[in-house]
Design a protein. Structure first.
Length: 201
């Protein structure tokens, strides 16, 4: 089974992975495939386990970020790991990639984020209430001909089984549009990203 993440550590109690940015830890109303589901399938196939496989998330990471994610393979391990996180006995280090480089070695940044769940839109505001960024996500839309043609040309034997349209607005960069597609060919699964002109990203 081809998995979309790197396994950092694995034993009878834990599965620790490098979470890719953009993937869900646990399922939500979007219906997108989650790392928890993929992790269960990975364990099931690797160890040829019959029936349902237990795998629990010891903590959460937001969808847009990447980082170390700890899954527990037993209920006892899950309980103990959750307690460690709850009691703040786990040291966390956060990194942010910024461009261009800041003018100062230390600087405090504050934004106010509002999410409209009815329209699936998130907005970031500055202290004066000015919108500096928005994010919108839509599922199973009618794809542009340029996107469909590009996929058919590169993957003629594959079928698009799931699509997500993501658009962002940045105060300085303007609008970006991206299509995230899930392709299937028999038991093979592939995920690709394209811009609105059909260029693979």
């Amino acid at each position: 089974m081809k998995i979309p993440f790197e396994v950092i550590y694995e034993d009878n109690h834990l599965l620790v992975i490098n979470k890719p940015a953009g993937m869900l830890v646990q399922g939500d109303k979007t219906g997108d495939e989650s790392l928890l589901e993929i992790g269960k399938q990975y364990i099931k196939e690797k160890y040829q386990k019959p029936g349902n496989v237990f795998l629990g998330s010891a903590h959460r990471l937001d969808r847009p970020v990447s980082g170390v994610l700890v899954f527990a393979r037993t209920s006892k391990a899950l309980s103990r790991m959750q307690e460690l996180f709850r009691e703040k006995q786990v040291q966390k280090t956060y990194y942010a990639v910024v461009k261009p480089a800041p003018d100062y070695e230390f600087q405090e940044l504050k934004h106010w984020i509002a999410k409209d769940k009815t329209k699936n839109i998130s907005r970031a505001y500055d202290k004066d209430g000015k919108i500096i960024r928005t994010a919108e996500r839509f599922k199973n839309i009618e794809l542009p001909n340029s996107v469909k043609a590009a996929v058919l040309d590169r993957f003629p034997e594959w079928t698009i089984t799931k699509d997500t349209y993501v658009t962002h607005y940045y105060e300085k960069k303007g609008v970006t549009k991206k299509y995230k597609l899930k392709l299937e060919n028999g038991d093979k699964v592939l995920r690709v990203k394209l811009d609105e002109n059909g260029k693979f990203l």
